[in-house]
Design a protein around this ligand. Sequence first.
Ligand code: ACM
Ligand code: ZN
Length: 506
Amino acid sequence: MGLLWGTQNQLVADAAPVPANCRIIPRPVRMECGQGEFTLAGKTVISTPRIVATGASRQAGQFLADRLVAAGVPVRLEARGQEDGAISLSVSPDFGLGTEGYELEVTPRRIRVKASGAAGAFYAVQTLRQLLPPEIESGEKLPGAALKIPCVKIVDKTRLPYRGLMLDPARYFIEKAEVLKIIDGMSYYKLNRLHLHLTDSTGWRIEIKKYPRLTDSKNWPITEEERGRGFYTQEDMREIVRYAQSRHVMVIPELEMPQHSVIATRMCPELLCREGATEDAEICAGSDRSHRLLCDIVDELVAIFPAPYLHIGGDEYLGSGWAKCPDCKNRIRTAQLEKEDNPDLAATFAKASGKKNKYLLYRYLMRRVAAHVRSRGRIPVLWDDLAWQGKPPEGAMILQWHYKGGMDFFVNIPWAECPAFQAASKGHDVVASPFSHLYLDLPCSVEKIYGFEPVPVGLTKEQERHVLGAQANNWDCPADQLEFRVFPKVIALAEITWSPKSSRDY
Ligand code: ACM
Ligand code: ZN
């Protein structure tokens, strides 16, 4: 690769070593390290020139100012075009830097940031924070602080738009303050999607006004107090969403079904099959009663979460009670669920948790709820089971959790397809989070995560565009282990999703 700026400064590109004071994670697309430093002191101005997107540059400027003031550097924010001695943040679509891209130039005289949108300006500031001495993140005022920032020129943008983390407050409740702290940590490394697994057989963590029973934890069938009996009120959750938005993190809620639903079925027995339900029964796939209740919950989630995505679960279904349920049996007939049968379906049933009727009901349930989600203007997200066992619902995004060469836990059939490949080749957007590499609860080194490539081989260029990114999932995590589990592993994820593939260097 040639020198981009044609100077004698050191261009850091691809896998070349980076000087110690210029280390940025995730690694920027282009970085040129120069001579000297900019000195940041109390008199420094952060200027947000009045050009097109003043609001966006002000937000990023305020975010930086808050951090510097907290570290004892009383910078001032001013809406003017000053450049000499200042940090100037300019945001305009005319720069053509994309939604998340930015340019950052540090010279001894000034720091100049350009971005085309609010996210890009924010990420420039996050990069700047990493160029400052790490002590500024200590949360304490630094005595007589005059901070040095090394001279660099950076041009940066993300490789993939979806850079995610899943937290599992359903299993062990996570206090709101801790969620906010994780959001801070994620956004520091330019991760931008927080998937919250809010419901499972061990907890229901989001207030649903129409069914307050769901969060009535003293009646939950759990014995393990340490899992916590808390939940997020809708107001709590709106606060989390706003906080995340201010850091360009989208919060995506997950409502599990039909498996992993013991709390839901115990607290709302109308979700159960009329006959045949067992202790750990799943949600009835055939009744209008259960469907209405699920739709009511979806509607409340839509009102809380502005994200374009709403995850409706769909993993590991067993359908153990469905065979005896009159509603489920009728539904197979009245909805003509076998109508779509084709030769491929026989092969599908061999992989699909056993019986054909169970598969048909499972597919029906997921399609029906997905259609409701779509009717509310949101994109349904599903775990990958329907991607490799058959056809995902129309317009659904798939979250890959099986890995090529993995195993379906319930039928013990080894199989060879990569669900991300299957989904993308059928025209569905997909995010890679295979348990083989990206489950933070399973033994997996940072190096193995770093070696993971989200885009499966063999897709056409057009199909590759459906692979939106990757996500790490942190299941079943006691509160006191949360930060330790998440960091530093997600930092590796940040680099494999943001930085050019060619520059990866563990
Ligand atoms: C999953 O791990 N069952 C999505
Ligand atoms: Zn039923």
